[in-house]
Design a protein around this ligand. Sequence first.
Ligand SMILES: [Zn+2]
Length: 111
Amino acid sequence: MPSLPKAQRRPWQAAPAKRVYEQHAARSPEYSTARWQRAREAQLKRCPCCAECTKQGRTTVATVCDHITPVRLGGAFYDPANHQSLCRPCHQRKSASEGREAARQTGTLPH
Ligand SMILES: [Zn+2]
């Protein structure tokens, strides 16, 4: 039986989510530090399921370590108490709504 090439990405979710994550990384150089990589991995190990999906009764593997209180609103960057595991679609939704929230507070549009 011929083996199929391994799928490299999921066009319906991976590409746009990656862009969001890269925007995040562009905003704060701390996202590329080894300390953050360790904190992120520790969080995903501690809570491998997406917190938002769990609330809605779904079980989804989390791939993103999210700041519950956004860093720009005073959330601690490395504090595990401010970390939650999210899947990419949930993280994107949260980031999008935070962008709108920030726009309301500062009177500027997010993009
Ligand atoms: Zn989710």
